[in-house]
Write a protein that binds this ligand. Structure first.
Ligand code: URA
Length: 441
């Protein structure tokens, strides 16, 4: 190996002392974590220095660009049509991608979506898709392109060649207390999205109990940083700020979320989930130039749901990716839990639901075996929550709070206790917090 132009320790010391790094130093870092010139212990020392000292918008943009170029950058310029993706910072019951991607494709966009797996209390799109028998998410880039061209959407996992620097850095951050750092989160997310070959991007930045960012101010800072990095990379990025205090929709898990997503494509989705999905898809249609404004986008989306073309795109995606398309009409082919357990409001319950704690609901899914504590864990697709009550709905003794899909009685009992802790009541109708709180363009 040739001797490096920089010494990692000099870069670490400058950041430790509050200085700004140069473009070349940042590029050396992103390359070095992949080729070994930056040892793991040096990379984690620098990550911790960045955690405490932060990065300027310019450093963040350089880091994003350097990470993006640490591996393959997919070039989709020869594919006709606007290539627009959406990324969510994750939450409980967030199945928006499963509805939005076929809907946007039915309206004329190309949606090249690379998603992740669930970790901790939040679910992952890839795991949900894998609940569909046969569905393959690990496709190589030529197959990804071919499906995108033919169907208009493809939903896959990140290939090992795309942004290897993030793979390394994220695994180090995960075990060194350096995940919650806005410049690092921004570079991690945006490097992966910009490597997909997109023309523009819509972000759904969640905040609240069930989200990665608990406080709205932090979500806003992250949203602004990501929009700025997109601009620096020459890609328009819009970021929506969405509250995630209660789960989105009435289902959380894998099979249960696939069913709810298909119901949305059939025009029978819950109001909150449809509100978020239509807003994000609408922004994609406007950014991609297939709708002049949000009002026109709403009409196109309503037509695509009413005439069945969005549902048809979902079927076509299943066929192209090896999944059984009969799932659209027959939910019994999805992995099914052994038992259903209804959790009911206790004696003495009255008034309205004031809280459905998304974090506790996420923990209930983990208790059932539907979550992942470590990246190598297997998830049980069949278990989860359905029929979940929402904030503001009336309760009386015996009102159903949710239906647990369970495969093990002891796990079911633990999940039931968590749901009982999650749902709280109030005698008077509580004020409803707006779900969508901001749009940064
Ligand atoms: N998701 C990512 O992809 N990266 C982060 O750093 C945080 C969330």
């Amino acid at each position: 190996m040739s001797s490096p132009a920089f010494f990692p320790q000099d870069i670490i010391i400058r950041k430790r002392d509050g200085g700004a790094l140069t473009k070349d130093e940042i590029e050396f870092f992103a390359r070095g974590v992949v080729n070994g010139q930056f040892a793991d212990y040096q990379a984690t020392a620098l990550l911790m220095a960045i955690f405490w000292r932060g990065m300027t918008p310019q450093e963040t943009a350089w880091l994003t660009d350097a990470m993006m170029r640490s591996g393959d950058v997919i070039d989709l310029r020869d594919l006709p049509g606007a290539k627009v993706d959406k990324h969510s910072t994750g939450g409980v019951g967030d199945k928006v991608s499963l509805i939005l991607a076929p809907l946007a494709a039915a309206c004329g966009l190309k949606v090249p979506m690379m998603s992740g797996r669930g970790l901790g209390h939040t679910g992952g799109t890839l795991d949900k898709l894998e609940a569909i028998p046969g569905f393959r998410v690990m496709l190589d880039v030529p197959e990804f392109r071919a499906i995108l061209q033919k169907v208009g959407l493809a939903m896959i996992g990140q290939t090992p060649q795309v942004v290897p620097a993030d793979r390394k850095l994220y695994s180090l951050r995960d075990v060194t207390g350096t995940v919650e750092c806005i410049p690092l989160i921004c570079a991690s997310i945006m490097s992966k999205k910009l490597a997909e070959g997109i023309d523009s991007l819509v972000l759904d930045v969640k905040f609240g109990k069930g989200a990665f960012m608990k406080k709205k101010e932090d979500a806003l800072t992250l949203a602004r940083a990501m929009v700025a990095v997109g601009k620096a990379g020459g890609k328009p990025v819009w970021a929506q700020l969405t509250a995630m205090n209660q789960p989105l929709g009435r289902a959380a898990g894998h099979t249960t979320e696939v069913i709810e997503s298909i119901e949305c494509l059939k025009g029978r989705g819950p109001a909150d989930l449809m509100e978020v999905t239509l807003a994000l898809t609408g922004h994609m249609l406007v950014l991609g130039g297939v709708a002049p404004d949000m009002a026109a986008a709403k009409k196109q989306m309503a037509a695509a749901i009413a005439n069945g073309s969005a549902l048809q795109k979902f079927r076509e995606m299943c066929v192209a990716q090896g999944g059984d398309p009969r799932v659209v009409d027959d939910y019994s082919i999805l992995p099914t839990a052994k038992k259903l357990l209804e959790v009911k409001a206790p004696v003495g319950a009255s008034g309205f639901v004031s809280e459905v704690d998304a974090l506790k609901c996420g923990h209930a899914i983990m208790a059932l075996g539907g979550g992942r504590a470590a990246v190598t864990d297997k998830v049980d697709h069949a278990v989860g929550l359905a029929d979940l009550i929402k904030i503001g709905e009336p309760v009386a003794p015996g009102t159903r709070l949710c239906t647990l899909h369970i495969n093990d009685d002891a796990r079911g009992t633990r999940a039931e206790a968590l749901i009982r802790e999650a749902v709280k009541f109030t005698p008077t109708q509580p004020p409803l917090e707006p779900l969508i709180q901001d749009l940064i363009t």
